[in-house]
Design a protein around this ligand. Sequence first.
Ligand code: FE
Length: 337
Amino acid sequence: MYTSLKTAALTTAILAMVAPVMADEVNVYSSRQPGLVKPLFDAFTSETGIKVNVSFLKKGMVEKLKAEGKRSPADLLMTTDISRLNGVVEAGVTQAVASDTLSANIPAQFRDPNGQWFGLTSRARVVYASKDRVKDGEVTTYEDLADPKWKGRICIRSGTNAYNLALTSAMIAHHGEAGAKFWLEGLKANLARKPSGNDRAQIKAVFAGVCDISIGNTYYMKKMLDDPDQLAWANSVNIVFPTFADGGTHVNLSGMALTRAAKNKDSAIKLMEWLSSGAAQEIYAETNGEYPIKPGTEPSALVAGWGTFTADTKPLIEIAKLRGASLKLVEIVNFDE
Ligand code: FE
């Protein structure tokens, strides 16, 4: 009698302790589009019974999280680009997660060394080369894009764009600031026109004969193939994977981080671990034409058809931290003017 009463009391005490963190929902702030993440969240909910509420934020995620502080309803954030992931950490709105599952599923170069953010998919920053005007083997390294042989033949978006800043940061990581400045000046001298528009606008310009090559992220090929108005742009170019002279192809990430304010921490970590599984990464990557990053996973047949490459091994966290230095160089060389 005494024992069972004690057990009952203990059980009640444990339940009281556990109940607040046993919440059956997770609130996500996502800069990734609804069509990309909703199917995954629905699958997670049907497997676990944990509901996922999503707020889609195109811009201003860090500002919102900072303004909300401890009262933020967000448990998890999902966004793209290494410097944005590092930016939320530097803004103090995330917290570290220690998880054997996440460590096993996400290679070390694709997550924060302190567990503050985790990559889920990767994309390469590549050359889109005119099928008619660029010969096989003509594009080799990123460094070579500064060679005068490309004069008047290259289109690229603004140097201050996050993807281009990450590429310039990688150039600094390989060749130092002076080397990267020399490269930016050479690249600028080769541009067919002032930087304007997004990555796809540059490929459209290759299609239109304004330039012979452009620089863009791999997944835009899928987006163009999926859009009848852009199909002809896609079909006018080949994807070529340049490398750094002393390294591999530049990649960037989409990823996630647990917020500092997370009230549904256990459920949020469950969702993070679930998203990191090979199957979830492959679905997520396939929907957007990206690459899953867990060892042993495969990209979709479409993406695999673009060719293979070796990702550069400079740590992405080092590249993220060079963002300020890159922005300074872009301004010094007046890249966009
Ligand atoms: Fe993009």
